[in-house]
Design a binder for this molecule. Structure first.
Ligand SMILES: C[S@@+](CC[C@H](N)C(=O)[O-])C[C@H]1O[C@@H](n2cnc3c(N)ncnc32)[C@H](O)[C@@H]1O
Length: 355
């Protein structure tokens, strides 16, 4: 591997991406971005000010970035199109772009990305529950989720690793059987419902004729391995042992990643900070150790931290000086965390200013 420095760029990401075109064309495995959402808000970072002797320290707020657009939606969409359209060439052929957004513009960004990446390369619309307590509304319903649009550079070459979340009471419920090998649930091996009407042939196996979903050879193998369960009415099913299942497969509905709150250990005071667990899930599902991960709207540096913690190389940029400062401070603190001690080699970086 050629020598490598992780990087933090301070500047407009359009310039950063253009500077990277020659050097890193076709080399980035994952781009995760969490750009402004067209919310019409000025964002700040909250940090403790110094109080007087008689006062508790006050929370001070410093402006970080503005998500207000004089030219309205047209200006915002032009801003995004210019930047999204130059990201694709940086991706590896098996690489992917993950765009974190919300209801304000997710539909516009989806059609923009369909155009830029091709509809066939759209992989997922992931819904992340970003708050547990949506505000009550007098009109409509409180918004509780963000959206992550996932596009492959080339769907034919893109793969994700399976991701599991730990079992919970609900997912454990079907594992209601037990034998000497442990807890198990039953899986149907005969076609059910609509599958039955699809012209599936029936055959006889161990005294029962049924539209089996598997070949005779597979059923025989499972029988020899003790994986077939015979019910009282001589119907067969397959045993699935709990020890063989690493958890519950994660779908496109991410309800299990808690939002950042004031009390969260990773909280930096940056108002639009996203959880490390969320970006780690993105990175771990779509890349390997050593791959290059980029985030061109880095904010408080969540992607740099998540990439360092998972032994990936990384490049991040932000137009806000405050955001860059927070990112640098956060990386510095990382080695003092129990989970950060092992990533000393991954937190070093080169700082590129005023791009
Ligand atoms: C939603 S925040 C990102 C939050 C981040 N994911 C985190 O976890 O902290 C969006 C960031 O985009 C940055 N930004 C806005 N316009 C930019 C531009 N043209 N180039 C680079 N960064 C920009 C803002 O300064 C802000 O920090």
């Amino acid at each position: 591997m050629p020598s490598w420095d992780n990087r933090i760029y301070h500047g407009d990401c359009l310039r950063v991406i253009n500077v990277l075109q020659d050097e890193l064309r076709g080399q980035i495995r994952v781009i995760y971005i969490d750009p402004p959402f067209f919310t019409g808000t000025d964002y700040t970072v909250k940090h403790k000010g110094i109080g007087s002797r008689s006062e508790a320290p006050r929370l001070k707020e410093t402006e970080t970035y503005s998500d207000k657009w004089e030219g309205g939606l047209t200006e915002y969409l032009e801003f995004m199109k210019k930047r999204l359209s130059v990201m694709k060439p940086l991706l590896r052929e098996d690489g992917s772009l993950w765009v974190h957004i919300d209801w304000h513009v997710s539909h516009y960004i989806k059609t923009m990305l369909d155009e830029l990446f091709g509809y066939a390369n759209f992989v997922n619309e992931i819904v992340w529950r970003r708050t547990n307590s949506p505000k009550a509304q007098s009109r409509g319903f409180g918004s509780q989720h963000d959206v992550i649009l996932l596009y492959a550079k080339d769907a034919a070459q893109f793969e994700t690793k399976p991701v599991y979340r730990p079992h919970d009471e609900r997912s454990l419920k079907p594992y209601s059987y037990d034998d000497e090998k442990g807890r198990f649930r039953l899986i149907e091996i005969e076609a059910q419902g609509i599958q039955r009407t699809e012209g599936r042939k029936q055959f006889e196996w161990r005294g029962r004729t049924a539209p089996y979903l598997y070949s005779r050879e597979t059923l025989d193998r499972w029988w020899d391995e003790g994986l077939i369960y015979t019910s009282k009415n001589d119907r067969y099913s397959k045993k699935q042992y709990l020890v063989d299942i690493p958890g519950v497969p994660v779908s496109d509905l991410w309800l299990d990643i808690a939002p950042i709150q004031g009390a969260s250990k990773e909280y930096t005071g940056f108002l639009t900070q996203k959880p490390e667990a969320l970006v780690k899930r993105v990175i771990e599902s779509a890349s390997n150790q050593g791959d290059i991960i980029a985030d061109f709207f880095a904010g408080s540096g969540t992607t740099a931290v998540a990439a360092a913690l998972t032994s990936r190389r990384w490049i991040v940029s932000d137009a806000s000086e405050v955001a860059v400062k927070i990112t640098r401070e956060r990386l510095k603190q990382l080695v003092h965390r129990p989970d950060g001690a092992s990533c000393v080699n991954d937190i070093g970086y080169k700082m590129i200013n005023n791009l």
